[in-house]
Design a protein around this ligand. Structure first.
Ligand code: GAP
Length: 454
């Protein structure tokens, strides 16, 4: 897919406040607070008409890049609920915990790993300077129960990380799909965590969606594949963002590695929240398949068809978030551009055209001229079969362009009086506001070339 044009940033380029994105998302139907009429639920959100289009595009693009374009990668879709033993084997029951402290004075609660070091040493609240209480440990797994008869119900968990299904289905995939090591299994799916400090909008939620590649390799090739996927995933994110200097790698220190990881790098993106994880590249080694073999009593080793060597494959994991991608792309794309004529600034979402929720808006110059309206509606009907198109005849053309800029629509097609004479329309591009005239018959190919990934 073509890369988003780089938008050079300097140290003075301001970061977009999260509140602006929250307001835009609510106003234009991207994201709503969940159960809002009941006062909402912290860390849980719903996606509106434009949000669901953007999410679907983000998911499809990941799937296309990771599964469709690789002969040695297949996809699965596992269930959210699994046998409870899965979470003992995975180490989550024991290790998936946050350590928290409360301030005796202001009663605020903090994750110890988010506190500045000096506050931990001095046992001092970073907000009010008050004394901190003894740390407490909370498990993040969300419990649920299967069955209806009281006393016979089985306690289990909503999955705390989506990737576990991939290990559970590893042997089934090997036996049913003719895959051979090195190969990968991908999945996109919901995960649930009782985050003690959810916040920053979609950044840290309690219900969210992850995408995972688990790439199975021979131990002797681990380093090579780890480096390969690290670079490949970095390039993938780079291709989607305008602010190319706001993406980097950060290696995990020994004290912050997850219980399953021997080595890990985060791809981080810088926003108003500072540098934050976007996707993790984890060296999971043989942790998962060995543990599930041990806990289930089933042999999950792999036999090389050529050498007949039998071994537990090692795993490179690339694990990112659909919601975090959604948020980061909005923060990256949002811009308020001064208007040279002195009117209100132009708000524009410079989203990659292939990801934009609406690809084209079809606009008759005037709504009281029947021929213009009929021609525009016919064009819209044709385009609608190929891409998400919106017909709009409300307000003057300038306001309609602005409405589309604000939701990131890359192209607006205007039907004017010349159209009725020579069957040409104006195509206006979002980022540079340039306009070209195109014959109606050439319009579908012109747009498709620019709004699809290939
Ligand atoms: N299987 C590995 C794993 O789950 P993780 O770093 O905990 O690793 C992977 O999560 C990705 O999932 C993160 O990089 C982030 O994009 C997303 N993610 C994790 N927790 C999240 C949360 N509470 N809300 C939104 N996204 C989250």
């Amino acid at each position: 897919m073509t890369q988003v044009e780089s938008k050079p940033t300097t140290n003075d380029t301001p970061f977009v406040p999260i509140e602006k994105i929250v307001a835009l998302c609510k106003r234009r139907g991207f994201v709503y607070p969940n159960s809002e009429i009941y006062g909402g639920v912290s860390g849980i959100y719903d996606f509106g008409p434009l949000g669901v289009e953007l999410r679907n595009n983000i998911r499809r693009y990941w799937w296309w890049s990771m599964v469709q374009l690789h002969d040695n990668i297949v996809g699965i879709e596992g269930a959210i609920i699994t046998h409870p033993r899965v979470w003992e084997a995975s180490g989550h029951v024991e290790n998936f915990v946050d350590r928290l402290v409360d301030c005796k004075n202001c009663k605020r609660r903090f994750r110890i790993d988010h506190l500045p070091e000096e506050n931990v040493i001095q046992n001092k609240c970073p907000e009010c300077g008050g004394e901190l209480m003894e740390p407490r440990t909370f498990n993040l797994l969300m419990e649920t129960y299967l069955g209806v008869v009281e006393g016979e119900r089985m306690q289990t968990y909503l999955r705390g990380e989506a990737c576990q299904n991939i290990y559970l289905d590893f042997d089934n995939v090997v036996k049913s799909s003719r895959v051979q090591i090195p190969f990968g299994i991908c999945q996109i799916g919901k995960a649930f965590r009782n985050e003690v400090t959810p916040g920053n909008f979609l950044f840290r939620q309690r219900e969210f969606e992850q995408w995972d590649l688990q790439f199975f390799v021979h131990p002797s090739e681990m380093l090579q594949w780890f480096d390969y996927w690290k670079e490949k995933r970095f390039e993938w994110y780079m291709g989607l963002i305008n602010h190319k200097d706001r993406l980097h790698f950060r290696e995990h220190g020994p004290d912050e590695l997850a219980h399953y990881a021997k080595q890990a790098f985060d791809i981080e993106y810088k926003t108003i929240l500072g540098w934050q994880e976007w996707e993790g590249i984890h060296w999971r080694q043989d942790w998962d398949l060995s543990r599930h073999s041990e806990y289930s009593g089933q042999d999950l080793s792999y036999t090389d068809q050529n050498t007949k060597e039998r071994y537990i494959p090692w795993i490179v994991e690339t694990s990112g978030g659909v919601d975090r991608t959604f948020l980061n792309l909005l923060l990256d794309a949002y811009e308020e551009e001064p208007d040279p004529t002195g009117k209100e600034p132009r708000t524009v979402l410079r989203l990659h055209p292939a990801l934009a929720p609406v690809k084209v808006a079809v606009l008759p110059l005037q709504k009281n001229k029947e021929e213009l309206v009929t021609t525009a509606k016919n064009i819209h009907k044709k385009l609608q079969r190929l891409m998400v198109s919106q017909y709009d005849d409300v307000a003057n053309i300038g306001r309609r362009y602005r409405r589309q800029d604000e939701i990131g629509t890359p192209y607006c097609v205007t039907i004017d009086f010349q159209t009725l004479d020579d069957r040409t329309v104006t195509v206006r591009e979002r980022d540079h506001m340039t306009q070209v005239r195109i014959n109606i018959d050439e319009l579908p190919a012109y747009l498709l070339e620019r709004v699809t990934w290939q």
